[in-house]
Design a protein around this ligand. Structure first.
Ligand code: IPM
Ligand code: MG
Length: 355
């Protein structure tokens, strides 16, 4: 059965990472057909919109989407891939490949996954004028002042729902189970949020995680307040397996986690819903190095491996990961962010040469 992958190359340097990765995956000879939804400035010229209906239809009819990164042109497409397709679990692995440039003295063996709730929390995008909240009579728990007395200012709303929390936590436990089976050791889920200061929202998230944990006797469960977690992430990264957290913390701490294993150039990411999943690197578009053929394509390629897994091509995914590990271990064809001088395409050629 042919699998269809919609490719959205993204903005700035992102297409430079995407193109050789698509080529590499295409070269595996799998039954894959690639489609290119019109997105961004060229789509606007041709179809009058950065994200025309045609693009949405192509995403819908594809089995998955392989997404570059966006600095604006592809943002509407990104929003559609998240909220339109309800991809609620953003999986961001932090696995260290020996040879990658880590700031840690002993990064060997770091292998954990952040599962970031992907659709709610502060990311509902509900912000506004504080004056609009004044009629609600809300009073600050800390300062005891009424919102009406806070003066001129703005607010952002954070919402944590039962459904949104349950599904991402359950996803995390299932992932911990899968990892336990493949790594041959017990699984563990860590839940982190700011439940001391925000008992009604982050505490709710933690409580729901606890409830779900009771359904999984075979998986260990622990919780840390998110600031404490941030310190442990840096000082004891080997301790973690699957870490689930609300959206904003996940956005921030997954970049921090990437820093431990060699930087954003290695930060893969996949966003999963019940009916759709799409794959993107966690990094931005690197506008400063656009046009130089020097962006590190590892994050994009590892996201491609997650995509192949999702499509049922686990063996091919494992082969590419092994080849990437070998290239890092050998250290001769690394991109400038890793202290090397290889180009993006040279890195991909080296990986291909190892397959
Ligand atoms: C990410 C990015 C996005 C986010 C931006 C580009 C909207 O930082 O995927 O981590 O905040 O989720
Ligand atoms: Mg981010």
């Amino acid at each position: 059965m042919t699998r269809t992958i919609a490719v959205i190359e993204g903005d700035d340097a992102s297409p430079e990472a995407m193109r050789p990765c698509v080529e590499l995956i295409d070269g595996l000879g799998l039954d894959i057909s690639w489609t290119y939804p019109p997105v961004g400035p060229t789509a606007r010229e041709q179809h009058g919109s950065l994200f025309p209906d045609r693009a949405r239809e192509m995403i819908d009819s594809a089995d998955t989407t392989y997404f570059g990164s966006t600095s604006g042109g592809a943002t509407q497409a990104l929003f559609y891939l998240r909220w339109g397709k309800q991809t609620y679990a953003n999986v961001r692995p932090a696995r260290y490949f020996p040879g990658a440039r880590s700031p840690l003295a002993e990064p060997e063996g770091i292998d954990f996954v952040i599962v970031r709730e992907n659709l709610e929390d502060m990311y509902l995008g509900i912000e506004g004028d504080l004056a609009d909240l004044a009629p609600l009579g809300l009073v600050s728990r800390t300062s005891r002042r009424a919102v009406a007395d806070l003066g001129e200012g703005r607010y952002a709303m954070k919402a944590i729902t039962r459904e949104g929390s349950e599904r991402v936590v359950r996803f995390s436990f299932e992932l911990a189970r899968k990892r336990a089976a493949s790594l041959g050791r017990p699984g563990k889920v860590t839940c982190t949020s700011k439940y001391n200061m925000l008992p009604e929202s982050d505490g709710y998230f933690r409580d729901i995680a606890r409830e779900i944990a009771n359904e999984y006797d075979d998986v260990a469960f622990e919780t840390f307040i998110v600031d404490d977690f941030a310190c442990r992430l840096v000082t004891q990264p080997h301790h973690f397996d699957v870490v689930v957290m609300p959206n904003l913390y996940g956005d921030i701490l997954s970049d921090a986690a990437a820093g431990l294993i060699g930087g954003l150039g290695l930060a893969a990411s996949g966003c999963y819903g019940d009916d759709y999943a799409y794959f993107e690197s966690a990094h931005g578009t690197a506008p400063d190095i656009a046009g130089q053929n020097s962006i590190n394509p590892t994050a994009t390629l590892l996201s491609g491996c997650m995509m192949l897994d999702h499509l049922g091509f686990a063996a091919e995914s494992a082969r590419i990961e092994r080849a990437i590990a070998e290239i890092y271990a050998e250290g001769k064809t690394l991109t400038p962010d890793q202290g090397g001088s290889a180009s993006t395409s040279a890195f991909c050629d080296a990986v291909r040469g190892r397959l």
